[in-house]
Design a protein around this ligand. Structure first.
Ligand SMILES: Cc1cc2nc3c(=O)[nH]c(=O)nc-3n(C[C@H](O)[C@H](O)[C@H](O)COP(=O)(O)O)c2cc1C
Length: 195
C-alpha cells in the first residue's frame, strides 16, 4: 500500500490537470491512496527570512509534512511559457530546504501533465526534472505528458478516456516500482545515507 501527495500546477477551477489528478486518484490500484495538496496558492514565495527552524509559516509546515509523510510525490501540471508554473517551483523550493535534509531527498516522484499546445510540456518537464534531480528526488524517467490534449479529451473527464487510463496505470506502476525500491537519499555534506 502506498500513499501519494499530488501537486497540481493549474489553479483554475476547470483545470484539465486538476481533472487528471482526480483521474489518477480514481484509478489507483486497490489499497493505494493519494490526495491533492490543495493549498499551493497559499504558500508564500520562498524567503529565507521566513525559513527559520521552528518559526516557519504554518502552511509551509503543512506542505513539508504532506510530502514527508507520503511515499511519493506526483506533480500534475501544465506548462507556462515553456517552464513550470510558479506554484510548483515555489513548493519545490520550500521542500528542498533545509539543505541536506529536505523532504524531497530520496522521494519517489512522477511528473504528468496536459497541455492544449502541440509540444507536450517539453520545457516544463525539463525544468522539473532538473529541479528534482538537484534536490535528489528519485524521478520516474518516462515523460507522461500529453500535447494537443483538448481534442483527446473531447469534453470528457480524463478518468473516462481509455487512452489516458492506460497511461495512468503505466505511470502508477513505474512510480510504485520506485517506492518499492526503497530509495536511499544521500546527505551531500557527508556522503552518508540521509534516511
Ligand atoms: C501564462 C501562460 C503561459 C502558457 N504557456 C504555455 C506554454 O508555454 N506551452 C503550452 O503548451 N501551453 C501554455 N499555456 C497554455 C496552458 O497549458 C493552458 O492554458 C492551461 O493552463 C492548461 O492546463 P489546465 O487546463 O490544467 O489549466 C500557457 C498558459 C498561460 C496562462
Amino acid at each position: 500500500m502506498s500513499n501519494y501527495v499530488i501537486f497540481v500546477g493549474s489553479l483554475r477551477k476547470a483545470s484539465t490537470n486538476r481533472q487528471l489528478a482526480e483521474a489518477f486518484i480514481h484509478h489507483l490500484p486497490e489499497g493505494d491512496t493519494a490526495a491533492v495538496f490543495d493549498r499551493l496558492r497559499d504558500v508564500p514565495f520562498y524567503d529565507e527570512d521566513l525559513d527559520v527552524p521552528g518559526q516557519e509559516p504554518e502552511i509551509v509546515r503543512e506542505l513539508r509534512a504532506a510530502v514527508r509523510d507520503a511515499d511519493g510525490l506526483v506533480i500534475i501540471t501544465p506548462e507556462y511559457n515553456h517552464t513550470a508554473p510558479a506554484v510548483i517551483t515555489n513548493a519545490i523550493d520550500w521542500c528542498s530546504r533545509p539543505m541536506g535534509s529536505g523532504v524531497l531527498m530520496g522521494k519517489p516522484s512522477l511528473v504528468m501533465g496536459f497541455t492544449p499546445g502541440p509540444r507536450a510540456l517539453i520545457g516544463a518537464i525539463a525544468v522539473l526534472r532538473e529541479a528534482l534531480v538537484t534536490v535528489q528526488a528519485k524521478t520516474v524517467p518516462t515523460d507522461y505528458t500529453w500535447g494537443d490534449a483538448y481534442p483527446l479529451l473531447n469534453g470528457r473527464h480524463p478518468k473516462d478516456v481509455d487512452e489516458v487510463v492506460g497511461i495512468l496505470h503505466k505511470a502508477q506502476s513505474e512510480l510504485r516500482a520506485l517506492v518499492d525500491a526503497a530509495p536511499v537519499a544521500i546527505d551531500p555534506r557527508t556522503g552518508d545515507a540521509a534516511n
